[in-house]
Design a protein around this ligand. Structure first.
Ligand SMILES: *Cc1c(COP(=O)(O)O)cnc(C)c1O
Length: 375
């Protein structure tokens, strides 16, 4: 039988319909059947084997996978929490969404609010507060073009979060930051997917930590799968902060967080306590990686693996490599590094680290051959 005959006869098509993570994992989530779901078909993101990163770790039998969350509709894992948060807010009758953001939360909130408008809630609108001057251009562009109202606050993320918390207490406005438990509920599906894709839980999960919602959400997801008997072991949760924005590592609030990884430039994480519990219960760790280590990992993920992620995302791989160098990885272990967002959001960093200097040539075959030293 030819490939095509087999393919056309195959009742179990290899591409299955996917209608977003609420529909995909409904039985495991806090949502009833009547609620109208606001979805952009997020989730079901690739888990990509990463031999180049395993090799850089130089540990016998190590398997490394990258959970590429940049493949979500607005380009980051924030979409997982946002489908749930906006769905629930709309169901409660709220029509205005608000958030503070280092960029991706605002892009995602703006996208899902537009999706709500498209699905019969024409008055839905979104307000986002971003720290002035510290947001990757692509993210700001997204928030604007998805039609949200953007306010640049002359302050940092932590201050912006304080303001939106106060506003949402005083007014009928849905706060869609990760302090909203619906966000965590949606985000835990990433842990379900990792287990479904691997056929087991990884031994170690490495993940960047900013406001600390995501590490908490993954842990909630792994625990739920464990309690249901779907997996028989849970991973160690290994979180990584940028050295200039590492409050959990230092054990104190950082007043002026600084890092090239703007998505984790946070000095007072809202989910600090939950993240600390996740790390403790899983025998994991939270440590810092320098901007230099982040950039090294960022280059390796791109040129070595062909995957485009944000600087903040690269903290998970930088952390893994650091653990390997310190001899803290066991042979034969299986690691998943979470790549939280898509590198296309921040082309400036990509150009800065590559040195933008293309070779110039006249428009002739000879000139290009000469430039290539083809003789
Ligand atoms: C939001 C974000 C993070 C940090 O996640 P937290 O849940 O705030 O810890 C990391 N990377 C990217 C790309 C993000 O957008």
């Amino acid at each position: 039988m030819s490939f095509w005959t087999r393919f056309l006869n195959n009742k179990e098509k290899s591409i299955k319909p996917w209608n977003g993570l609420i529909n995909g994992y409904r039985d495991l989530l806090d949502i009833d059947n009547k609620t109208k779901v606001i979805t952009l078909c997020e989730g079901n993101t690739p888990l990509v084997p990463a031999p180049a990163i395993a090799q850089a770790c130089n540990v016998a039998g190590l398997s490394v996978y990258l959970k590429f969350e940049g493949a979500n509709p607005s380009g980051s894992f924030k979409d997982r929490g946002m489908t749930m948060a906006v769905t629930k807010a709309i169901a409660k009758g709220l029509r205005t969404m608000i958030c503070a953001s280092t960029g991706n939360t605002s892009a995602s909130a703006a996208a899902y609010t537009a999706c709500a408008r498209a699905n019969g809630f024409e008055t839905a609108c979104c307000v986002v507060l971003v720290p002035d001057g510290y947001i990757a251009l692509g993210k700001l562009a997204q928030a604007l073009v998805y039609g949200s109202q953007v306010i640049q606050v002359a302050g940092n993320f932590d201050q912006a979060l304080q303001i939106v918390r106060q506003l949402s207490e005083k007014h009928p406005i849905a706060l869609v930051n990760s302090v909203n438990p619906d966000r965590i509920e949606g985000q835990k599906t990433a842990a379900f997917e990792v287990c479904d894709q691997l056929g087991r839980a990884p031994d170690i999960l490495t993940i960047p930590v900013g406001n600390a919602g995501n590490i908490s959400a993954y842990w909630a997801g792994f625990k739920q799968y464990y309690e249901l008997g779907i997996i028989n072991a849970k991973p160690k949760m290994c979180g990584f902060q940028a050295a200039g924005a590492a409050p959990i590592v230092k054990g104190e609030v950082v007043e002026n967080p600084e890092t090239i990884a703007t998505a984790i430039r946070i000095g007072n994480p809202a989910s600090w306590q939950m993240a600390a519990e996740a790390v403790q219960e899983s025998y994991g760790l939270v440590e810092a990686v320098t901007d230099e280590e982040i950039i090294q990992a960022y280059k390796l993920i791109h040129a070595g693996q062909g995957i485009c992620c944000e600087p903040a995302s690269a903290a998970s791989v930088a952390g893994l490599i650091k653990m390997a160098q310190q001899g803290r990885l066991q042979r034969e272990s299986t690691v998943v590094c979470v790549l939280t967002g898509n590198g296309l959001k921040d082309p400036q960093t990509a150009l800065d680290v590559s040195g933008f200097s293309p070779v110039k040539a006249e428009a002739s075959m000879e000139a290009v051959a000469k430039a290539l030293n083809l003789g």
